[in-house]
Design a protein around this ligand. Sequence first.
Ligand code: SAM
Length: 238
Amino acid sequence: MADIGWIARRTLAVARREGVLGTIQRVIKYLRIAIGLPSREAEEHRRAKEAADRAFDEALGVDTGGTTHLFDLTIHSDNTALGVSHIATGPAHFHNAMAALDIDPTGFTFVDLGSGKGRCLLMAADYPFAAITGIEFAEEMHAVSLRNIEKLGDPRITNQLGDAEQFAYPTTDLVVFMNNPFDRPLVEKIARKIAASAEAHPRAVRVVYVNPRAPDLFSEAPWRRVGSAEGAEVFGLN
Ligand SMILES: C[S@@+](CC[C@H](N)C(=O)[O-])C[C@H]1O[C@@H](n2cnc3c(N)ncnc32)[C@H](O)[C@@H]1O
């Protein structure tokens, strides 16, 4: 059941980010979907996404697809209203974004902030990372991710239940992945936390930001932009 308090807080967060016009457009889009009259563009996008989800899941025998709204999930966090619903990253989108990295990821740790059902963790296993991990705050998504990870059986992959704000970054070289998991106020805290971690333990750090809503937070020193792909930006420290 939709939680009215959550919807009100989330609508306020979106209004702050997208302004009045953006919020009205978004409400109209959701109303059209709710009454079964999505725009042709939205319908085509939904069909293509469903086909890509099915192909990925059938190939690996996992469950990573679909859209799940956060108000349907069990979450204990002060950042719930800043969170974006679960929609897994498309494989092409993921690999295009990773191709924009300017480093050889051998020996790096891959971290997915807002790891959902773990699809990006499974896809990161195609690269020579030393370790692959993530953090997800929705209990049901996390439980599904653990089953998916077990199914793949790659010992480099782990995942944890918790808030991305609390994530303790390992002191190895890092690739931090984010597919628009949460809104600007939390992205800002996380950009500062990662920069502080890199200052305390100097090492190569890259942020692969897919569907970036607040890329400017990584545009000033010590951050620098090191690459981009369609719908993704890559930022670096050191
Ligand atoms: C757009 S989905 C991306 C899922 C996954 N990274 C992928 O690409 O397949 C965003 C995910 O971030 C999670 N999330 C949002 N805010 C979070 C937070 N503060 N801490 C941990 N997870 C969060 C949501 O529950 C959701 O599963």
